[in-house]
Ligand binder design. Structure first.
Ligand code: MN
Length: 726
């Protein structure tokens, strides 16, 4: 076996000799300039694992696969990425393309590296190709949101950069798609992170692949123009240099070549001809500190007259990605416009490397904290800079996602992106799609798997809502929905429903009393009824009925008012209408009739009802101890009885004492559900070492159903006692 010491890094497998050996050793040498020998050893170990895993895999170009991750790592090494980021870069494709799982990476290289590789793999899985052009912005946000660690984004960008460099071997169609994706998704991300060098290269490569013809023509034109411009350029450069030296400045001066894509963009956006765009001569002056920047600006404005209104002070008001510089445009000799950028050395580093500048060139010291921590510091610094500059525009719109991860991005089955607040559930999503979808949703699939409606959403999921005609919102959803829209819709629906139910109950209650008074709602004279309604402040009869149904008005008092005078007999006298006098509970009243939780009345129990203002009625079992509380308010009581045919299931509580034996809870629960009853809740309370009390809240049709269940449960071995609790 090979030794692994010093800079003696060799390749592992029998690939064509030459370049690969060069690559990995070159990478390690580069890393040694800023990483410790132990860290470089780790990287090399990652290379051994990676090349082993990718062995036999060939890139489209015909090269062994491992070339690619090494190149990606090399791009990051130029940014002085920390050793974990470099290791993750070398392993970035192994989860996706080889047998190696995340757990194994965690064992071999630690949890952090495993998370990074996993993060890159997840981003790779998102497919942009089928999505609409206009959604690029959302994809960018989603990528930033999904990558909790900014290093994941940097690895992904380096991955894309190398793929763009080696695009040549792909089919033209695929090449164009990747190019479009690069320009729409990756370039703006690089821009936001201030990775200017990466951005410029991605732009030119993307442009060349997307519009090969235009790229070729423009490149040739630039070459030709460069020849023509040389003379003027040299003249101006000399003039600037001489003047700055005269004033004893220490500076670096460079003339800037515009990149082909920048020229193209400017031609399109500003509707300029090639010559008009090329007509600008651009220079950059880099000096030591901020003060000197402004002094140099003065010198420039003294050398050539500035074009009014073209000066921009990005030092005082930095761009959202932290870019700082002074920009001015001058009238040059022969009337040519000259653009001059003036900035300090620090600003220049940020201008080129952005986020990476923050951990680069720390004078002499090795990076002690990792890249992610430093990236966060950088973002924090940007925030403060923006605040002090008082510029709320474009305020780190996308980068801030990393700092304030309060949004999630999910797909509809058609591939549209929905932006939801973090914490949103499936039901919130359904309402976000459309309130009709929310109102009729019954189930959902996330990434094709059925999930409960209360399931919280995470970035990148595809959510499909299953609706059913006639389905309606459940009040219980209010316990978990997150968005105002969902909440308002559910409340609105329930309110409507409650009103309908209240009107119908109010009608029955009022009619019951009117019948006692030898009348009925339908027998009231319309004109008189209207007059009464107006007097009481109601627009229509339903408003009054709803108030009665909700328990806000007493049916007796209203009836006495409405009933034709003279016809009412002695109210205390028994009436032949018999059953009509009591209100029958049918189980279909909905929200305006509530069953007390203290005694859980079920059909067959003797019951009493009480008015509960605003909420309708509460039904108790006659003997319930809470009924006594109403003793002083007899006017609130109403006669109720169960209807002959009651619909639905009613909750009831039973307690089962059992001896502690393995599986006893399961056996009892199974017995209950075999009897066609749903268990709503179970609590187990151990009494002593030997026995426990299990309390079941279950749904039954009526007393007979309950009796049958209790009989069966009593027969279960190890059940000692069973009784209904009140
Ligand atoms: Mn890759």
């Amino acid at each position: 076996m090979r030794t692994m010491s010093g800079a003696d890094y060799t390749t592992t497998h029998d690939s064509p000799p030459g370049s690969e050996r060069f690559l990995i050793s070159d990478l390690c040498n580069q890393l040694e300039s800023y990483l410790s020998p132990e860290q470089v050893q780790e990287v090399y170990r990652a290379y051994l694992v990676g090349s082993e895993a990718h062995v036999g895999q060939i890139r489209q170009s015909g090269e062994p696969y491992i070339y690619h991750p090494i190149e990606v790592a090399a791009i990051l090494a130029e940014m002085q990425m920390d050793h974990q980021g470099i290791i993750a870069a070398i392993l970035h494709d192994v989860i996706e393309d080889t047998e190696i799982a995340k757990e194994q990476i965690a064992t071999d290289f630690g949890e952090e590296v495993a998370e990074l590789v996993d993060g890159v793999s997840k981003l790779t899985l998102i497919q942009f190709e089928t999505k609409a052009h206009a959604q690029a912005e959302n994809f960018r946000k989603m990528m930033l949101a999904m990558a909790r660690d900014i290093r994941v984004i940097l690895i992904k960008l380096a991955d894309r950069l190398h793929n763009m460099r080696t695009l040549g071997s792909l089919r033209p169609e695929k090449r164009r798609r990747i190019a479009r994706e690069t320009l729409e998704i990756y370039v703006p991300i690089a821009t936001r992170l201030g990775l200017n060098n990466v951005r410029l290269e991605l732009e030119d490569l993307g442009f060349a692949a997307k519009y090969p013809m235009r790229y070729r023509i423009l490149t040739e034109s630039v070459k030709r123009a460069r020849g023509n411009r040389r003379e003027i350029l040299d003249k101006i450069e000399t003039a600037i240099r001489d003047r700055l030296e005269q004033e004893s400045f220490t500076f670096q001066l460079s003339s800037r070549e515009k990149h082909v894509y920048s020229i193209y963009k400017k031609m399109i956006e500003k509707e300029l001809s090639f010559n008009e765009v090329m007509d600008l001569y651009a220079f950059r002056v880099v000096v030591d500190d901020v003060d000197t920047c402004y002094r140099a600006l003065g010198v420039m404005h003294n050398l050539y007259k500035p074009v009014p209104g073209k000066f921009k002070d990005y030092i005082a008001i930095p761009k959202a990605n932290g870019y700082q510089s002074l920009h001015t445009i001058l009238f040059g000799p022969f009337g040519v416009p000259i653009e001059v950028q003036i900035r300090s050395t620090d600003m220049d580093r940020v201008a080129e490397a952005g986020i990476a500048a923050h951990w680069q060139y720390k004078t002499g010291e090795r990076p002690s904290t990792n890249a992610q921590v430093r990236a966060r510091e950088w973002l924090q610094g940007l925030l403060e800079m923006q605040k002090s500059a008082g510029d709320s525009l474009e305020f780190l719109e996308n980068v801030k996602i990393d700092l304030f991860p309060d949004e999630v991005y999910v797909f509809t089955p058609k591939g549209e992106i929905m932006e939801m607040p973090r914490g949103a559930t499936v039901v919130d999503f359904a309402y976000a799609v459309h309130s009709d979808v929310g109102n009729s949703c019954v189930a959902a699939r996330i990434d094709r798997r059925l999930v409960p409606l209360r399931t919280e959403l995470y970035n990148g999921q595809t959510v499909e809502i299953i609706t059913a005609p006639g389905a309606h919102p459940n009040p219980a959803w209010l316990n978990f929905v997150f968005t105002g829209k969902a909440r308002a819709n559910i409340r609105g629906y329930l309110k409507n429903l409650q009103r309908e139910e209240a009107v119908s109950l109010g009608r029955r209650l009022l009619n019951k009393v009117l019948v006692e008074l030898q009348s009925g709602i339908d027998e009231l004279a319309e004109s008189e009824l209207d007059a009464h309604l107006q007097e009481m402040g109601f627009v229509e009869l339903d408003d009054l009925l709803a108030e009665i149904g909700l328990g806000n008005r007493m049916a007796q008092l209203v009836a006495r008012r409405l009933a034709p005078e003279g016809e009412n007999g002695d109210q205390t006298q028994p009436n032949d209408a018999g059953q009509q006098r009591t209100l029958s509970i049918m189980g279909t009243e909905g929200m305006v009739v509530n069953f007390a939780k203290c005694c859980h009345p079920i059909p067959g129990d003797p019951i009493v009802g009480f008015v509960s203002s605003g909420r309708g009625f509460v039904i108790h079992v006659s003997g319930c101890r809470n009924v006594a509380d109403y003793k002083d308010h007899p006017e609130k009581a109403i006669d109720v009885r169960w209807a002959d045919e009651v619909e639905g299931d009613f909750l009831v509580e039973i307690r089962v004492d059992v001896t502690n034996q393995r599986g006893v809870l399961a056996t009892v629960a199974a017995t209950i559900s075999e009897m066609g009853s749903n268990i709503d809740n179970v609590t187990v309370e151990e009494r002593d070492g030997h026995t426990s009390a299990i309390t079941f809240l279950l749904a039954v049709h009526d007393r007979r159903h309950l009796a049958a269940i209790m009989r069966r449960v009593r027969g279960v071995e190890s059940v000692l006692r069973i009784h209904r609790t009140r």
